[in-house]
Design a protein around this ligand. Structure first.
Ligand code: AMP
Length: 213
């Protein structure tokens, strides 16, 4: 299964991708996670991406495409993958098709996690991420058992620097400028299924699993 999760920041793509990856035994590929790792390791790519990410803008297509192409060379993707955070515009969707074609595979299903703006803002401004295992929590909706500590691995929880209200609104605007053409592209290719992702994460997970069956 070569699955793409599409939706605004805060739609729950990361949360769903992690759960699906575990359930289906597939690698979870998040371009945001790979970029953040590059930033924290201070790589050349990370240095170029840092300021852009802090402003809530998109890292140039070419840089992200190169990074993704490299990731798709890893042997684990032979089983399939769950892609989260890519594509973010029509050019990236076409690049993805080209990269996969060279590897003899194609996107099977695109699940669009449709989410309303107030839900996005509430989810992201309260989101807490584990610095060790990447698990997500929320100050109100899903608080950790002990304040600031991950339930799973006891890692320290932090708030992403782009999860403040101002940057969240910018990210939403960037997303909206691009999403219509992406949705149209996958509709035409008959790969798109839409879900209401304002609903509880467990309900949404069940619906995605049904779509992949
Ligand atoms: P995410 O973790 O998916 O919310 O991504 C965090 C940030 O990483 C975004 O706001 C962008 O700055 C950057 N980013 C992630 N994926 C992409 C992509 N496909 N194209 C361009 N920039 C990206």
């Amino acid at each position: 299964m070569h699955l793409v999760l599409l939706g605004p920041p805060g739609a729950g793509k990361g949360t769903q991708a992690k759960r699906l990856a575990e359930r289906l035994g597939l690698p979870h590929i998040s371009t945001g996670d790979i970029l953040r790792r590059n930033v924290s390791e201070g790589t050349e790519l990370g240095k170029q991406a840092k300021g852009i990410m802090e402003k809530g803008l998109l890292v140039p297509d070419q840089l992200v495409a190169q990074m993704l192409d490299q990731r798709f060379n890893d042997p684990d993707i032979r089983k399939g993958f769950i892609l989260d955070g890519y594509p973010r515009n029509l050019a990236q969707a076409k690049t993805l098709d080209e990269i996969l074609k060279r590897k003899g595979i194609a996107v099977d299903l695109v699940v669009y996690l449709d989410t309303s703006d107030p839900v996005v803002v509430k989810r992201l401004t309260g989101r807490l991420v584990c610095s060790k295992c990447g698990a997500n929590f929320h100050t109100v909706n899903m608080p950790p058992k002990a304040k600031g500590v991950c339930d799973n691995c006891q890692g320290a929880l932090y708030q992403r620097s782009d999860d403040n209200e101002e940057t969240v609104l910018k990210r939403l605007q960037v997303y909206k400028n691009e999403v219509a053409s992406l949705i149209e592209y996958y509709k035409q290719n008959k790969k798109l299924s839409s879900l209401n992702a304002d609903l509880d994460a467990q309900v949404v997970l069940g619906q995605i699993i049904e779509l992949t069956a």
